[in-house]
Design a protein around this ligand. Structure first.
Ligand code: SAM
Length: 287
């Protein structure tokens, strides 16, 4: 791409699509259009409308830079610095997991669970803070505790909470799930977690966007992929009030072992909901 030439939106888009396709990026046209929309401060609809328009040299140079990075399989969300979660714009970086659509189902299951109006809810492994923030926005009288081992992730989460005006209702705590920290023990109405659940061996075969650019600690808890569930279920049993809700996002092979762990840890009313692809995705249980 030559930023000096007076090129139209249609031409730079075509060139970028070809470059991303050659690099093996899935859905290259959509990706190129989204990145160009970011550079031109519009949306993908705006790009279609502006196809015959010239792209100024500054914007063309910036677009070429971002496309070069995307061709190296840097996730688009890292290039634009944000992702969408339940309609909320969430800042992301290499320090946090990019929020996934499946996790929106986890949030919905908890919102639908009939918790008390002023519920106290813990989010274990908060990352970008997307789960805790979605609760704080959706239920203005809930109080949240959001825990993560990563200080860098918690800084991102705190900025996201401030951006959405809910920082005063979320306590961010730097701690290990396994540590019985006084700061976050107590009578919680719900403990919610999307923990790392990818087995070490499976992680090696993931797409480069995930394997090379997202924090391994957010993805892989150990060789089997079930290690974090075991710790979190034990912590939740100590944290929840009687009748309190445990809600966990499941990995695609986690249902059976997690059901067994939850069932043998003093929980009942175990239920599992599938995601849109029919994969068992959200487990809920009552202490
Ligand atoms: C799968 S990510 C989920 C992030 C976010 N809740 C989401 O759904 O997008 C798991 C998070 O757990 C954190 N984590 C991993 N092991 C942990 C541990 N032992 N104690 C506390 N947090 C941990 C990681 O830093 C990461 O932010």
């Amino acid at each position: 791409m030559t930023p000096e030439a007076a090129q139209t939106v249609a031409i730079v888009l075509e060139e970028a699509t070809r470059r991303l396709r050659d690099a093996g990026v899935p859905d290259p046209r959509r990706e190129a259009a989204s990145i160009l929309a970011f550079v031109l401060s519009t949306d993908r609809g705006g790009i279609v409308a502006r196809k015959p328009d010239p792209v100024d040299t500054g914007a063309a140079a910036r677009f070429a830079e971002l496309i070069a990075a995307r061709a190296l399989r840097v996730p688009q969300q890292h290039l634009v610095g944000r992702a969408e979660f339940r309609g909320l714009e969430i800042e992301v970086s290499g320090d946090v997991l990019i929020p996934r659509p499946e996790t929106e189902d986890l949030v919905q299951a908890v919102l639908d669970a009939g918790l008390p109006q002023s519920a106290r809810v813990a989010d274990l492994g908060t990352g970008s803070g997307c789960i805790a923030i979605a609760f704080a926005v959706g239920r203005p009288s809930w109080r949240l505790v959001a825990v993560d081992l990563s200080a860098a992730a918690l800084r991102v989460a705190a900025r996201n909470a401030a951006k959405h005006g809910v920082a005063d209702r979320i306590a961010f705590v730097e701690a290990d799930f396994a540590a019985p920290e006084a700061a976050w023990c107590g009578a919680f109405d719900a403990v919610v977690s999307n923990p790392p659940y990818i087995p070490e061996e499976e992680w090696r075969g993931l797409e480069p966007e995930v394997r090379d650019h997202e924090p391994k600690r957010a993805l892989v808890p150990g060789p089997t992929g079930n290690e974090a569930y075991e710790v979190i279920v034990r912590a939740a049993a100590a944290m929840l009030r009687p009748g309190g809700l445990l809600a966990l996002e499941l990995g695609w092979k986690s249902e059976e072992p997690v059901r067994a762990t939850v069932g043998s840890s003093g929980f009942n009313e175990i239920a599992v909901k599938p995601d849109l692809q029919g994969i068992p995705r959200v487990l809920t249980a009552r202490r």
